[in-house]
Design a protein around this ligand. Structure first.
Ligand SMILES: [Fe+2]
Length: 328
């Protein structure tokens, strides 16, 4: 491992905390300790933590409860948790897994096992971070020739996650759409910059060229199974519910759900965003165009169920736009 991690160790026994610190600090990790659940949650609210080692049996708030709280808070749920228990029973593990723990260790601690598990879990976390980072890099690369769109790609990810949450989709779907929706326009890297940056309406031929970004995007993302979701979004985010979209003219539920979600998220943000060739709209303006239509946008373009959700979530869209827009 070539970076330092901050590891939070939680145990009501000083002895165990000392042992953990003695083992982990020489590896270059920063060890933060807490003697009870309440303090642990305080540390997590305060500091960036890479891994939690958590005792189960503690007075007041036990390890299961601490773990549940870590895993239900959007700020901390990505932090891996290794539970430490003195009871090596199936029931204990099941309860821990239910609370969201990733790994288990049994007391008395086997030092070699502890170090291996910590190393493995931190490595896995590193790969996940790098994966997220590279997706964002790729998405940013595709924006290089486009008009400055601020945080457009990240906002589209956030709105899409909000809609997916409201649709009651599983956590995995929500996290995947948040990340992979950022790739929706990656195919623009193949579109000539004089079209992307054109000051004025596109001609018919230019529009046809622009429309190719969907298929280009799918081609760039390729066939890795972990990116299948992003590929479907790139290919189908300009399909319309009434069948008037491109590239395939798919209709209603033939359009993948993730692409139907991104379509409305992308449309809202494009309307809000200042573009050279059209005015940017305030929240009310963008809301009105999506729900009532204008010369280019029709409510019939969107999945009616998702359109209803958009109406319900509109104030949160406005909030998210404000929060994630660079002030110039
Ligand atoms: Fe697009």
């Amino acid at each position: 491992m070539d970076r330092t991690y901050r590891i939070l160790c939680v145990d009501d026994e000083d002895f165990t905390l000392d042992l953990l610190e003695t083992l982990l600090a020489p590896l270059g990790h920063e060890v933060v300790t807490a003697l009870n659940g309440k303090n642990a949650l305080g540390v997590l609210a305060d500091k960036t933590i890479d891994l939690v080692l958590l005792d189960i049996n503690m007075p007041d708030m036990d390890g299961y409860e601490v773990c549940r709280r870590i895993k239900t808070d959007s700020q901390t749920k990505h932090i891996p948790v290794i539970m430490i228990t003195s009871m090596d029973s199936r029931e204990t593990k099941l309860k821990g897994i239910e609370a969201g723990a990733e790994e288990f260790l049994t007391k008395p601690l086997d030092q070699a096992e502890l170090l291996l598990r910590v190393k493995n879990i931190l490595n896995a976390r590193d790969y996940e971070d790098a994966f997220t980072y590279l997706i964002h890099s790729l998405a940013r690369a595709a924006e290089a020739n486009d008009i400055d769109t601020g945080n457009h790609i990240l906002r589209v990810g956030e709105y899409s996650a909000m809609i997916a949450g409201e649709l009651g989709m599983p956590e995995k779907f929500i996290e995947t759409i948040r990340l992979q929706a950022t790739l929706h326009d990656v195919g623009k890297v193949h579109i000539p910059s004089h079209i992307l940056k054109k000051d004025g309406r596109l001609t018919g031929a230019e529009m046809e060229e622009m429309k190719k970004h969907s298929a280009f995007g799918a081609m760039i993302i390729g066939d890795h199974p972990r990116l299948a979701f992003g590929k479907r979004i790139a290919l189908s985010h300009h399909e319309k519910w009434d069948g008037s979209g491109y590239p395939a003219g798919l209709k209603s539920e033939a359009i993948p759900l993730e692409a139907r979600i991104v379509a409305i998220a992308d449309c809202y943000d494009a309307l809000r965003n200042s573009r050279i060739y059209k005015p940017n709209y305030d929240h009310q303006g963008a809301f009105r165009i999506i729900t009532e239509g204008d010369i280019r946008v029709e409510p019939a373009h969107f999945d009616p169920k998702i359109l209803e959700i958009f109406k319900r979530l509109a104030p949160r869209f406005e909030e998210m736009y404000k929060k994630m827009t660079d002030k110039k």
